[in-house]
Design a protein around this ligand. Structure first.
Ligand code: ME8
Length: 646
């Protein structure tokens, strides 16, 4: 097998000082989808993830918990392993930097570089960020000597240190990137790295004497290896740099690293420089993704808005979470996570588009064809068009996956699914059946079955559980995940006995979902107290005497003397009139103009702030502590102005 059919992809190895969050899940899911896809394209694909277990952060976290660093990492790394199970991650290996296999490689590389003079001893003095474990040059410090990454105060530090002669290899790395534009993806990050390389790249401090929790330097044990120098090497350890030259030969030339945009300098500058010094190929590509915010805000523990991937998988299913993360934002860009958007995608893309297509098709095959896919003639122009789109989609998806454009690939697949749903409406199989046009009906059912058989293959890397269920419902043998996309031949599904149709992605009832997520107002503070104050009973005639009508607010004017009142002009269809309403604190004029509302049309005129008010606008209100929430009461659907509300 040539290198073109091999693929090795890695996630960053995650720090185990904390529990996994959406950022960890995102990179790992993206790598998982890519490796699953490559396997289905017939590649010998290898997928590595793992944990970064040395360094100051871990030592500090362990101290805070009253554990030894080893106890901490032994415990916390299991959270990551567990999460990958829950999210259906198909990694081939999970590396921990505290493993002996890794410690030996780090020490051997360190020694090799020292022996050849590329690591030398010196002393280092500078401004240091303890949590980030980085020296920060004066030029990139934040205000008041703070870390440009985490914003925390820097401290001065002087220590004896080993240095890696990074600067020596910079011209070779620049030359490499000039010839390999795919070396850093996307282009914006490539440009960032090139301009950094054209600036001053200093020799790198690669050892520490200030902490104990690290890999000892052979022959000088008061030093431990700097955590990033240690961590980057994991990618080589795992594919047998020291222990299995054959495996290393097989996968190293095709390695791609996926990382968040914040750690590209380590991956696109330091690591390749280390590899050049070691005489090893630099990675084919480093692919950088953007960062997730949550409901428009930066994710942080102090804000309490950290998205817990375990919880998302439990509430919505691993497939939906995986699908959402890759569909929602173009890979490489920053994205904003919101559960409401996730629910929207579940209902529209998964339940509606894909789920309905499967359900409708299977039910028709059962009702009209005894549950067996008919061997129809697939020569109607519509059939030919759908087939051509399917075949073109396979090629277009492959192009998108080449550039890690996951969202593009999903858009293409869903365009194909959407086309098939439209095809059902265009061909109306129920009419064909009624009219006894059996030959045509067979062609339609067979085409739809083929659409689904192909779609199952295309969605399998993204929604592995759902795809397997589709495969089974379609009556296919074996697992969808061992299929090869390119072996698919249109029409070969005829004759298959389909399985029972079951709902794949249940629709989420939005009203119920909102209710479940809305914190109930505190009874004492809010609605409880108000609800207890009932008005005296009235009879039906008493209620009828209130003339309620649908109106539209056409103009909103401020009343300069009043903090609460707006002067509204409302249209009742048969007349326009002025109403003064005490809703100014809750709405801007532009939020009211054009809105429909229900008004009391027969209220006696009253003068408010010198203006005659002819009626009243209905609104619901609730008090929660200091805040009052007010919403207008409006008809749920379009109805002529002036209609009575009874
Ligand atoms: O950096 N959105 O580990 P780590 C998207 N151990 N990605 C995010 C994110 C967010 N809000 N927050 C974090 C390390 N990430 C090192 C790696 S590799 C040799 C060593 C991403 O656990 C971040 O960009 O702090 C990074 O790629 C990854 O999570 C791991 O972060």
């Amino acid at each position: 097998m040539d290198n073109k059919k091999r693929f090795y992809i890695t996630t960053p190895i995650y720090y185990v000082n904390d529990i996994p969050h959406i950022g960890h899940a995102y990179t790992t899911i993206a790598c998982d989808v890519m490796s699953r896809y490559k396997r289905m394209k017939g590649f010998d694909a290898y997928f590595l993830t793992g944990t970064d277990e040395h360094g100051q952060k871990i030592q500090t976290a362990a101290e805070a918990k009253g554990l030894t660093p080893q106890e901490l990492v032994d415990k916390i790394h299991l959270n990551f392993k567990e999460l990958w199970k829950v999210l259906n991650i198909s990694n081939d290996d999970f590396i921990r930097t505290t493993e002996d296999r890794h410690v030996r490689v780090v020490q051997s590389m360190f020694k090799k570089l020292m022996d050849q003079g590329d690591i030398y001893k010196g002393s280092y003095e500078g401004w240091y960020c303890v949590p980030c474990e980085t020296y920060v040059p004066e030029s990139s410090m934040g205000e008041n000597r703070t870390c440009p990454d985490c914003g925390r105060p820097l401290t001065t530090m002087k220590e004896e240190s080993y240095f890696f002669k990074a600067s020596k290899y910079v011209p070779r790395l620049i030359e490499h990137y000039e010839k390999n534009l795919q070396g850093v993806m996307p282009r914006i990050r490539y440009n960032e790295i090139m301009s950094f390389l054209h600036g001053e790249v200093r020799d790198q401090s690669v050892s520490r004497t200030t902490l104990k929790w690290g890999i000892p330097i052979p022959g000088d044990e008061k030093h431990v290896v700097y955590v990033w120098f240690d961590a980057l090497i994991n990618y080589a350890t795992a594919v047998g740099y020291l222990d299995d030259p054959e495996m290393f030969e097989r996968y190293w030339p095709v390695v791609r690293h996926m990382v968040g945009k914040d750690i590209i300098r380590f991956h696109c500058v330091i690591w390749p420089l280390m590899l050049l010094a070691l005489g090893v190929n630099v990675p084919v590509s480093v692919v950088a993704h953007g960062w997730w915010t949550v409901d428009g805000e930066k994710m942080s523990k102090s804000k309490g808005n950290v998205v817990d991937p375990f919880k998302m998988a439990e509430l919505y299913g691993a497939d939906a979470f995986r699908y959402f993360l890759l569909r929602e934002v173009p890979f490489g860009n920053d994205g904003d996570f919101s559960e409401a958007a996730l629910v929207g995608r579940i209902n529209s893309d998964l339940a509606n588009d894909l789920g309905n297509l499967l359900n409708r098709t299977l039910q028709m095959i059962v009702s009209y064809s005894g549950g067996v896919v008919p061997a129809g003639a697939l020569d109607d122009p519509l059939d030919v068009e759908v087939r051509a789109l399917g075949e073109a989609t396979v090629g277009a998806v492959d192009k998108s996956m080449e550039t890690f454009s996951y969202d593009e690939a999903l858009k293409l697949i869903w365009a194909f699914i959407g086309r098939a749903n439209k095809y059902i409406d265009e061909t109306s199989p129920w009419k064909l059946q009624k009219e006894g046009k059996n030959a045509r009906l067979d062609g339609v059912l067979c085409t739809l079955y083929e659409v689904l058989r192909l779609s199952a293959l295309l969605v399998a890397p993204y929604i592995p559980e759902g795809a397997e269920k589709i495969w089974k419902q379609l009556g296919r043998q074996g697992s969808v995940h061992t299929e090869k996309i390119d072996s698919f031949r249109w029409g070969e599904g005829a004759g298959t006995k389909v399985d029972k149709a079951e709902v794949l992605f249940p629709r989420i009832d939005l009203e119920q979902w909102k209710k479940d997520r809305t914190p109930q107002p505190d009874a004492a503070k809010a609605s409880g107290a108000e609800a207890a104050e009932h008005e005296p009973e009235i009879d039906i005639d008493g209620f009828r005497s209130v003339e309620l009508r649908v109106a539209q607010i056409v103009k909103v004017e401020e009343i300069p003397r009043s903090k609460k009142l707006y002067k509204l002009e409302v249209d009742l269809g048969y007349e326009r009139r002025t109403i003064c309403a005490g809703i100014k604190p809750f709405f801007k004029p532009e939020e009211l103009e054009g809105r429909r509302a229900v008004v009391v049309a027969n209220l006696k005129p009253a003068k408010l702030c010198g203006i005659e008010s002819n009626g009243m606008i209905l609104a619901a209100s609730v008090k929660g502590g200091e805040d009052e929430q007010v919403v207008l009461i409006a008809p749920a659907a379009d109805i002529p102005l002036g209609s009575r509300v009874r």
